[in-house]
Design a protein around this ligand. Sequence first.
Ligand SMILES: [Zn+2]
Ligand SMILES: [Zn+2]
Length: 128
Amino acid sequence: MRRHTRQREAIVRLLRGTNTHPTADSIYEMVKKEIPNISKGTVYRNLKVLLETGEVSELNIRGTVSRFEAKKEIHSHFRCERCGRVFDIDEPVDQGIDRRVAEKTGFSVSHHQLEFRGLCCECRSESI
Ligand SMILES: [Zn+2]
Ligand SMILES: [Zn+2]
């Protein structure tokens, strides 16, 4: 049990210390440096548990690979169409939209995800 806790803590620590929204595979590569004998399956299982406990959130827009981050305030994302990196956008999220959509449709809305797309600063300067 202790071993499992240690692995889970390593994943959470790693996600808290990065803003790159890594995929499960790159989380595995990073955690492996700290815990060399960890398996990919263990990383995937721990991510699933952390999603359930709410310590980690998942970015999963249709047609893209899931990326993970430590839970923080609700925020939007920007995805670069060239390099694929995902950035946090420091703009207030309109949480009232969930309620308005619920009222309009009668659906029960749990949340929504907003993702901006385009070119990040680095890719933009390369394309000039
Ligand atoms: Zn880019
Ligand atoms: Zn984020």
